[in-house]
Design a protein around this ligand. Sequence first.
Ligand code: AMP
Ligand code: ZN
Length: 483
Amino acid sequence: MLLYNSLTRNRDEFVPNEPGKVKMYTCGPTVYHFAHIGNLRTYIMEDVLEKYLRYSGYDVKRVMNITDVGHLTSDADEGEDKMLKGAKREHKTVMEIAQFYTDAFFADCDKLNIKKPDVIEPATGCIDDFIRVIEGLLEKGFAYVAGGNVYFDTSKLENYYVFNNFKEEDLEVGVRDGVEADDNKKNKNDFVLWFTKSKFEDQALKWDSPWGVGYPGWHIECSCISMKHLGEDLDIHCGGIDNAFPHHTNEIAQSEAYLGHKWCNYWFHVLHLNTNSGKMSKSTGEFLTVSLLESKGYDPMVYRLFCLQSHYRKNLVFSYENLDNAKTSYQKLIARIATLREDGEVEAEAFETLRKDFTDAMDNDVNTSLAVTALYNVLKAKCSDATKRALLADFDRVLSLNRIETADAIRKAEQDKAAAAAAQEAAAHAGDPEAQEIEALIAARADAKKQKNFAEADRIRAELADRGITLIDTAQGTKWERN
Ligand code: AMP
Ligand code: ZN
């Protein structure tokens, strides 16, 4: 499988450290507000990657943090703690806010068929781990204490900007009007590992540490939570592209300085969902959530398909017009699947050939848009309906679009309607003993077909034909008439 790796800026063959096993880490949400559908694009694509690795036979262990402390309004060390901002906004405690938005996040994930990671770890549960690693960094000379805070010293590294050769002005990241830069830093990009001298005296969550009462920086959370559950060697680290700098750059700096060796081999970054006016964010513009889309009549699966139709390494522009196109595609797809018959045999050769189109697409840097094309090709292919249904179910182990379930539900609703119509017809024939007998034979024939006893079904049809009764199979069930 080829996977684009931000570290090498190349599509690399994916080879995990340990054959057959994948250790995967995902930056989780900062739980001060609902996730917007941009955040969820990243989680959908990570979900597809995880599921495809499992589909390919790997035993995957995936870990995700929940950022419930330390993430400031700028991704660097300036601004206010996002959690505190959320708590003030809603007149609640930080922990109440964290619990509420963590639950809301996983509820959204459920709606979008995003699987829960194997381990979910809130940062506030790992304070001792952070302190231990920060002590290690101080001992090794990679960190210093200044003005009460502990900082990572980026000048101690030969190559700090691992993902790119950033220009100095780009490193002003997150420093906005009204936010002062931190004079304690020896180098511009040094970052805080532990805050004790908070600019916000009302910081709600604080813990004792060797450097005084305070709280951890955001970046140290992910390094420590990953090492705690996945050990010293990580295969894949995921996140949205905005996380590449400074967050992931800092994670690599501190993890490798602490461990003394390379930490993670593959960096998987999902590009942004943008609106026509720019990057989607929680602080500007219309706040687009899954619930908002639902309230406007969009099934969350439509949004999932919308994301899968484009490659994760391309920016994706959200508009209701684009989403409407995905909605139409999804409805057509389901309607077509609902017409597939459940009986018949799976043709092994056709199955393998069509499956290969799907795996080729996915092996090619998770090309979900080609994988969706492979799905359409299944519906057009000349093979049995049983083969098609088997392929759709197989692809859905990765794409998770619920196609067969939704199509079956639609078909069942139609069948129920047909059964009600048949019952009405039976009532109309109530005074006609022959009609009742015919209805009973039609029901027996339907049962025989369900049990794939086509010989018996044909026998009943022939028996009725001999009696001058013609059967007409319709989408609403079997009707009959006397010749
Ligand atoms: P946050 O909750 O802000 O920590 O972000 C959660 C995840 O969403 C991170 O992996 C971000 O990189 C990602 N993300 C943020 N904004 C967008 C966006 N507009 N499109 C796609 N992913 C995003
Ligand atoms: Zn992270």
